[in-house]
Design a protein around this ligand. Structure first.
Ligand code: C2O
Ligand code: CU
Ligand code: CU
Length: 419
């Protein structure tokens, strides 16, 4: 072991979790009975991860948002770890600080394994983000919010098969960090929330009581170029957002509620806090857009259909088939179209493994103000074409797919070889 090497062990395991009063719920997690402890990866370190599968079925360990060599280190369906077996991977990260995550990705049971609880946050940190005047005290003023939803059946159990829907499984109960109806004791004026839409299908339309404004500082894969003040935030599956909430107008004994649509999902109970007048820098990140070769054609990707009919470019996923190639280090525009407009259509969250892209335009118009940073997942609205600027810096085969996980398992996925 040297100063530049860091060692981790991640075990996928089954357990039981007290979520509701009464019977415990059978759940899966990473080094935990459900979800897992947040993992921290500093950039530039040589990271070694020992993967263990203590489940009775095969799983994979996918690092959603990490730029690592695909497909084995990346942990998509090409990288099974069989029951009782282990695997060792190592990588060094060279990417901006970000809130990324780990989830199971065996095809075609990704959705079911994530539903059981195989998802946890992995934070990428670097000197730049550590130097910014942001809340940095994890668990105190820098907290995760993993947003999921479940249906609790008899004896408080989850039943994926009973709830199955090819357009994505949902439940009526918000599950936040693996808990129901959570509250958080606020002891600082400013709070940083690292929000992950970890649901299989659900979109979240977040807002606070009193329409309290908040400031988004980061998206999926990096800080935003500039902070953006919002009162409402929509998140699609697998997207992340970091926001700063300022409770300066509240006092001890108050409660601030976070809602999705009109459903309260988290209460923030205000305690005494010291005044905090730190201000965010107007520029958070110098976002360097890679330069595409003008001679390079635009790659077209079409997401179509609903239910069992979902497809990418008219095809279902086939692990034996390479659907596209791209030169390593060469940026290319991708025009991603959602043709699914029947009955109002669905938003398909489009995700690419092993890269961080920029959102260039939506139907030829500027992207949303909170899309100025790097991302790895983007919600594509019905009838919309979103232009992305995509560059891979490592070789390998990478999957790209809809992140409604049942759509991914249903074949709305393809793979690209980076050469
Ligand atoms: Cu969250 Cu194929 O990934
Ligand atoms: Cu991924
Ligand atoms: Cu979809």
């Amino acid at each position: 072991e040297t100063a530049t090497d860091l060692y981790y062990t991640v075990t996928a395991q089954a357990g039981e979790t007290q979520i509701l009063p009464g019977a415990k719920t059978k759940t899966w997690g990473y080094n935990a009975s459900v979800l897992g402890q947040t993992i921290v990866f500093p950039v530039g370190k040589h990271i070694h991860v020992h993967l263990q599968n203590h489940l009775k079925e095969l799983t994979t360990f996918h690092w959603h948002g990490l730029a690592v060599t695909g497909p084995y280190v990346d942990g998509g369906c090409h990288a099974p770890v069989y029951p009782g077996e282990t695997s060792d991977i190592d990588f060094t990260l060279d990417q901006p600080a970000a809130t990324t995550w780990l989830h199971a990705h065996p095809c075609p049971s990704t959705a079911e394994q994530v539903w059981h609880g195989l998802a946890t946050l992995a934070l990428v940190t670097d000197d730049h983000i550590n130097s910014l005047p942001l809340p940095h005290d994890y668990g105190v003023n820098d907290i995760p919010l993993v947003l999921q939803d479940r249906r609790f059946h008899e004896n408080n159990q989850w039943d994926y098969r009973a709830d199955y829907d090819p357009d994505g499984v949902q439940g009526p109960t918000a599950l936040i960090n693996g808990t129901v109806n959570p509250y958080f004791d606020v002891t600082t004026q400013k709070l940083r929330l690292r929000i992950l839409d970890g649901a299989n299908r659900r979109e979240w339309r977040l807002h606070f009581s009193d329409d309290l404004p908040f400031t988004q500082i980061a998206g999926d894969s990096s800080l935003l170029a500039h902070p953006v003040t919002l009162t409402h935030l929509m998140m699609t599956c697998a997207e992340r957002a970091e926001v700063i909430v300022d409770f300066k107008d509240y006092k001890e004994g108050d409660t601030v509620t976070l809602f999705s649509d009109d459903v309260p999902i988290v209460s923030f109970r205000i305690h005494v806090f010291a005044p905090d007048d730190t201000t965010l820098p107007a520029d958070l990140l110098d976002v360097q857009a890679p330069l595409p070769d003008p001679a390079m054609p635009v790659r077209k990707v079409v997401m179509s259909g609903m239910d069992e009919a979902v497809a990418i470019d008219g095809k279902k996923f086939n692990m034996q088939r390479i659907d596209a190639t791209q030169q390593m280090g060469q940026a290319q525009y991708w025009d991603v179209t959602n043709t699914n407009t029947m009955h109002g259509g669905m938003v398909h969250p489009f995700h690419v493994h092993g890269t961080q892209f920029l959102v260039v335009s939506r139907n030829g118009h500027a992207p949303y103000p909170n899309e100025t940073g790097f991302k790895d997942t983007v919600g594509v609205n019905p009838g919309e074409t979103v232009r992305l600027l995509v560059r891979f810096d490592l070789p390998g085969v990478y999957m790209y797919h809809c992140h409604i996980i049942e759509h991914e398992d249903g074949g709305m996925m393809a793979q690209i070889q980076v050469i």
